[in-house]
Design a binder for this molecule. Structure first.
Ligand code: FAD
Length: 521
C-alpha cells in the first residue's frame, strides 16, 4: 500500500543521509591516537578557503582541513582513512589551489593545506646541492617562485617552467607544467630526478626512473591519484643573466604556424642556435593590447596594432626568447637575427625587449597584481586548455578561432597557441598528449564575471562539440570531465595502466576525489 511504500522510502532516505555523513568523524579517536587532532581545523574560515579555488566555479565543502607540519602528519591521516570503516574519507592535497574545477577539493572529506609545511623548519624546504650533480630538493608544497629565488642565489635554475610561478611543485607535477620552454626542455614532469611520495596506502616511497619506477611514472601527470609528493629532486643548470625577448605579428595563420614549427625544429639541449622559449597568442578586439600580457607593446604602437586587429579581426603573435649571459652578450643579437631570418611575419611589426632572466620568468606577476588591485583576479575562470595534433591545427583555426570565437565575440583574456615536441615527453608517465610528433597547446584563459561566466562555459562546450564533430583528436590539458566514459576516452590507450596503477597505489580510492575520476566522496 502507498502508505507503507512512503514510510519505506523515508526510512531509506534517512539511512542514506546517515550513511553519507558516516564516513568521517573529525573527533574520531584515531585522530588523537595518530597525533593529528590538534592539526585538524574545522574553523569556518579554513573550511571556506578549502571549498574554493582559482576557478570560482565549483564549491565542495570538506569536513576539516589538515595543517600538517611534517610528511608524517600526512601519513597518519592517510592511514586513518585507509582503515576507516565502512568507507574511507576522501583526501585532497591542496597546493596553491590554482586549479579551476575543484581538483584540489574533497567534499565531506579532508583537505590537506600543503602550504602549512612551508612554515616548519623540519620540512623539506628548498635545498640546493652542488656536490654530486646540480639539483635542488624541493618540498611538494613549495612555490616555483621560491624555487627560482633560492636557486638563483647559487647562480643556478631549473630549465622548465610554467608561465606563472605562484603554483606549487606538487600541483604542476600532477599535471605536466608547460610553457614556452617545453618544446626544447620538455615539460616540468620531464625534469624530475626523484621524488618522495606518500601513497594511498600510507606507504612512504622514494621513486625515480630506476627505483619504484612504476610509482614515479604514475605520479608525474597523475592528477594526484597515486600519492602525495612531499619532495621532488629537480635538475639545475647555470642560470642565464638576461633575455632577448621578441614578438612579431602575423595575419596569416598558416605562415604563423609554419614559422613556429620551423623554430621548434631546432630543439637540441646543447644547440646554441636554438631558442630558449617560444609561445604564441591571439590578439583580438576584446583581449588586446590592453590585457595583462600586452604591456609588452610600446604605447606609441598601440594604435597601429589596433588598426591591424580591426582589419583582420584576429592577429597572431609569435613570442620568442633567447637567454644570454656576460660571455654571450656580444653575440646574442647576431644569433637572434640568424634564427629569425627568413620568417614571414608582417614587416614593421617586430617588437623587442631586453630584460633580466628573473623578470622574464616572473612576467605574469605584474599582470596579476594589476588585476588584483582592480578586483579582477579573484573572479570566475572558465578556462579551457587543449592539446591539438599539428595536422588538425588549421581546421581548428578555421572552425574555432575564425568560427566560434569570432561569431560569439565574447572572448576576453589571453588565448595562447604554440607547438611542442612529443619526443620531449615520456609516454610512461600519466600525462595524456596527442599521438603526433608535433602538437599544439591552445589555452582560452577566460575571466568572467560572477553573473556571466556561463557564456564562456557554453563557448567551451561548443568548441569541444566542434572538435568531436570534425574528428579533431583533441586532448584536454588540466582535464575536467563529469562522466567515467569521458575519462576513459581521455586516457585512451593509457586508461588500463592508469586504472591498474590506481588499484596498486590507492586501492581504496581516497586520494584527490575532486578530479572526479574514480570517486566523488
Ligand atoms: P592545486 O590546484 O592546489 O592542486 C592541483 C591538483 O594537484 C589537485 O588534484 C591536488 O590534489 C594535486 N596536488 C597538489 N599538491 C600535490 C602534491 N604535493 N602531491 C600530489 N598531488 C598534489 N599550468 C601550466 O602547465 N603552465 C602554465 O603556464 C600555467 N599557468 C597558470 C597560470 C595561472 C594564473 C593559473 C591559475 C594556473 C596556471 N597553470 C599553468 C595551471 C596549474 O599548473 C595547475 O592548475 C596546477 O595544478 C596549479 O598548482 P597548485 O599548486 O595551485 O595546485
Amino acid at each position: 500500500p502507498p502508505f507503507f511504500t512512503a514510510i519505506f522510502i523515508i526510512i531509506r532516505l534517512l539511512s542514506m543521509i546517515k550513511a553519507s555523513s558516516k564516513p568521517l568523524d573529525v573527533h574520531h579517536k584515531g585522530m588523537k591516537a595518530l597525533g593529528i587532532a590538534a592539526k585538524l581545523s574545522v574553523d569556518p574560515s579554513a573550511i571556506e578557503a578549502a571549498s574554493r579555488d582559482f576557478g570560482h566555479i565549483v564549491e565542495a565543502i570538506p569536513k576539516a582541513v589538515l595543517h600538517p607540519s611534517t610528511p608524517q602528519d600526512i601519513v597518519a591521516l592517510i592511514k586513518l582513512s585507509y582503515h576507516y570503516s565502512p568507507v574511507p574519507f576522501g583526501i585532497a592535497a591542496k597546493g596553491h589551489g590554482h586549479s579551476v574545477r575543484g581538483q584540489a577539493m574533497a567534499n565531506n572529506g579532508i583537505v590537506i593545506d600543503m602550504k602549512s609545511m612551508k612554515k616548519h623548519p623540519n620540512g623539506t624546504g628548498i635545498r640546493v646541492s652542488t656536490a654530486d650533480g646540480l639539483y635542488v630538493d624541493v618540498g611538494g608544497e613549495q612555490l616555483w617562485i621560491d624555487v627560482l629565488n633560492k636557486t638563483l642565489e647559487h647562480g643556478l635554475a631549473p630549465v622548465s617552467w610554467t608561465d606563472y610561478l605562484y603554483l606549487t611543485v606538487g600541483g604542476t607535477l600532477s599535471n605536466a607544467g608547460i610553457s614556452g620552454q617545453t618544446f626544447r626542455y620538455g615539460p616540468q614532469i620531464s625534469n624530475v630526478l626523484e621524488m618522495d611520495v606518500i601513497t594511498g596506502k600510507a606507504d612512504v616511497m622514494t621513486c625515480s626512473p630506476k627505483k619504484n619506477s612504476e610509482l614515479f611514472h604514475a605520479v608525474l601527470g597523475g592528477l594526484g591519484q597515486f600519492g602525495i609528493v612531499t619532495r621532488a629532486r629537480i635538475p639545475l643548470e647555470p642560470a642565464p643573466k638576461r633575455v632577448k625577448w621578441i614578438r612579431v605579428l602575423y595575419n596569416d595563420f598558416s605562415l604563423f604556424t609554419r614559422d613556429q614549427e620551423l623554430l621548434i625544429s631546432r630543439n637540441g639541449r646543447k644547440d646554441k642556435n636554438a631558442l630558449d622559449y617560444l609561445e604564441g597568442s591571439l590578439l583580438m578586439d576584446h583581449g588586446s593590447p590592453n590585457n595583462w600580457r600586452s604591456s609588452f607593446f610600446p604605447h606609441s604602437d598601440h594604435s597601429r596594432i589596433i588598426s591591424l586587429i580591426i582589419k583582420h579581426r584576429i592577429i597572431y603573435c609569435l613570442e620568442v626568447v633567447k637567454y644570454y649571459d656576460y660571455q654571450t652578450e656580444n653575440t646574442v643579437d647576431k644569433q637572434m637575427k640568424q634564427i629569425l631570418q627568413g620568417l614571414s611575419y608582417m614587416p614593421g611589426f617586430m617588437f623587442q625587449k631586453d630584460v633580466g632572466y628573473e623578470e622574464f620568468l616572473n612576467r605574469v606577476r605584474i599582470g596579476e597584481l594589476k588585476l588584483d588591485s582592480q578586483g579582477l583576479w579573484e573572479v570566475p575562470h572558465p578556462w579551457l586548455n587543449l592539446f591539438i595534433p599539428k595536422s588538425q591545427i588549421s581546421d581548428f583555426n578555421n572552425g574555432v578561432f575564425r568560427g566560434i570565437v569570432l561569431e560569439r565575440n565574447i572572448t576576453t583574456g589571453p588565448v595562447l597557441v604554440y607547438p611542442m615536441n612529443r619526443q620531449k615527453w615520456d609516454n610512461r608517465m600519466s600525462a595524456v598528449i596527442p599521438d603526433e610528433e608535433i602538437f599544439y597547446t591552445v589555452g582560452f584563459l577566460h575571466s568572467g564575471g560572477f553573473n556571466d561566466w556561463e557564456a564562456f562555459e557554453n563557448q567551451n562546450k561548443e568548441i569541444m562539440r566542434f572538435c568531436k564533430k570534425s574528428g579533431i583528436m583533441v586532448k584536454q590539458y588540466l582535464p575536467h570531465y563529469s562522466t567515467k566514459d569521458e575519462w576513459v576516452h581521455h586516457f585512451g590507450s593509457k586508461w588500463k595502466v592508469f586504472q591498474r596503477r590506481k588499484h596498486q597505489f590507492d586501492p581504496r580510492m581516497l586520494l584527490s576525489p575532486g578530479q572526479g575520476i574514480f570517486n566523488n566522496y
